[in-house]
Ligand binder design. Structure first.
Ligand code: ADP
Ligand code: MG
Length: 395
């Protein structure tokens, strides 16, 4: 994938850097600094180029107004601690205060600018706001993949006004995503699970066009089983999506091999200690809820993973939050992660609950890449162009 990278950026200039500092806060303090640490490689790379660094970020949803509780100020101090040098703070992301503070920075110095969403123009991608942002730097770096699906002033508008580069974190994410779906080593297997077909229609449609095999699990598989004429009892399903499920199965014919459950784990309630049963598709009782994939389905999935060079995964295979219904998800995750760690599989995953499921399985670090970008990751899996990424291909 071609986009500009920090190596190509100039030295001895001011870099305007969009980061994701939408961090969890408790009592006005950063309670988890994962996102601050994620920005360090980009900051260090720019410091090595002797650049001044002005950080742009949004926090929460102030909806275009100054909301004191949504200030980014509490982020400056912990970021400074991680960098080993104080990080300044300017009370606005544009204008004289920001500009004077940047002027005063030494080479390699870092300043954090106030929440971009305090300006109504941010989410409207207002041209004037983007121009004021651009006036602060000589070039722009976007390191916030998680915000790249939004065309906002700080993610898209400004990228067209300055030479624009991907930050280190953005670069790592784009390279991993490209290796999984853009230009993957084949055969490529997808696993899509989760609750509903309706939230993942575009995703399914994009994947059947691009993958060699697609395993469908979780609640959404129930809708497919129902569409095939199976009795799914009291399972979560979207019966009104049966036609859509049939259309997807038809569209996949001859292009992408679909793997649907052939056996399932059922219970009458999602409750700790409830009796879980493994049954074939013809033996789901009227009161039964399908809550996980069965052992034969898991065996076939593992065989498919073994036969693949690349895996792209979104959505758990069962109600993993309630063991024992985490079994198929955990077993498939452990298997994929072990192959990835051994260099035999490119295994990329993402999605809010998927990240939680992989953490629960204890395999996040062994996967090739796990995206925490949420909406941006899903839109990318849907094959949609991300405005913040597209802008890095021009600028
Ligand atoms: P992600 O956030 O990774 O995109 P989703 O939000 O689509 O994933 O789906 C995750 C949810 O799907 C989990 O809360 C899980 O409990 C639920 N789920 C998985 N399998 C089933 C099932 N068989 N029945 C009901 N819910 C399920
Ligand atoms: Mg979710």
């Amino acid at each position: 994938m071609s986009f500009r990278r920090i190596e190509d950026a100039p030295s001895n200039k001011t870099a305007l850097v969009r980061v994701d500092f939408n961090v969890p806060m408790a009592d006005g303090k950063v309670s988890d600094d994962t996102r601050l640490r994620a920005a360090l490689p980009t900051i260090h790379a720019l410091q090595a180029k002797n650049c001044k660094i002005a950080l742009l970020a949004h926090f929460d949803r102030p909806k275009g107004k100054r909301v004191p509780e949504m200030s980014l100020k509490p982020v400056a101090e912990p970021l400074g601690r991680l960098l080993g040098a104080p990080v300044g703070f300017a009370g606005d992301c544009v204008g004289d205060e920001a500009s004077a503070a940047i002027q005063a920075l030494p080479a390699g110095g870092v300043i954090l600018l106030e929440n971009t969403r305090f300006h109504a123009g941010e989410e409207k991608n207002d041209a004037e706001l983007a121009k004021q942002m651009a006036a602060l730097g000589a070039f722009y770096v976007n390191d916030a993949f998680s915000a790249a699906h939004r065309a906002h002033a700080s993610t898209e508008g400004v990228a067209h006004l300055l030479p624009a580069y991907a930050g280190k974190q953005m670069e790592r994410e784009l390279d991993a995503l490209n290796a999984a779906l853009g230009n993957p080593k084949r055969p490529v297997l997808g696993i899509v699970g989760g609750a509903k077909v309706s939230t993942k229609l575009d995703l399914l449609q994009n994947l059947i066009a691009k993958l060699d095999r697609l395993a469908i699990g979780g609640g959404m598989a129930n809708t497919f089983l129902f569409a095939q004429g199976h009795d799914i009892g009291a399972s979560l399903a979207e019966k009104d999506m049966a036609d859509t499920a049939r259309a997807i199965m038809k569209a996949a014919e001859g292009k992408c091999k679909l793997l649907l459950p052939v056996d399932v784990v059922v219970a009458t309630e999602v409750k700790p200690g409830v009796a879980a049963r493994i049954v074939g598709l013809d033996a789901v009782g009227a009161e039964d809820k399908i809550l996980d994939a069965g052992p034969e389905t898991l065996r076939r999935l593992i065989a498919a993973i073994n036969d693949s060079a690349t895996l792209i995964w979104n959505g758990p295979l069962g109600v993993f939050e309630a063991p024992p219904f985490d079994k198929a998800t955990v077993a498939a995750a452990k298997h994929a992660a072990a192959l990835a760690k051994a260099g035999k599989l490119v295994a990329v995953a993402g999605g809010g609950d998927t990240v939680a499921a992989l953490n629960h399985a204890g395999v996040t670090d062994d996967m090739t890449f796990v995206s925490t970008a949420g909406g941006a990751f899903l839109e990318w899996m849907e094959g949609k162009p991300l405005p913040g990424v597209e802008a890095l291909k021009h600028g």
